[in-house]
Design a binder for this molecule. Sequence first.
Ligand code: SF4
Length: 69
Amino acid sequence: MTDRPACEYLEGCPIFRHFRKYAQRVYIDIYCQGDYAICQRYQLRTAGATVPESLLPHGGTLWDREKPA
Ligand code: SF4
C-alpha cells in the first residue's frame, strides 16, 4: 500500500464480488490504492458512463475466455 489516496469508488466497487481475497488484494494494490486513474472502470464512472459489470480495471472482461475463438 502507498500513501496515495485511494480510488473514491473503492467502497462497494462491484467488481470485487467476482474475486477471491488474493486477487482482490492484487487489484486493490495496483489500481484502487495505486494508480486508479488508469482503471477503465474508474475512467468510465468518472465520465458518467455506464460501467459494464464484467469490465476489469485493465480493460479486459471477466468473460473474455468464454467467447468463441
Ligand atoms: S476497480 Fe477501479 S473503479 Fe473500482 S475501486 Fe478499483 S480503481 Fe476504483
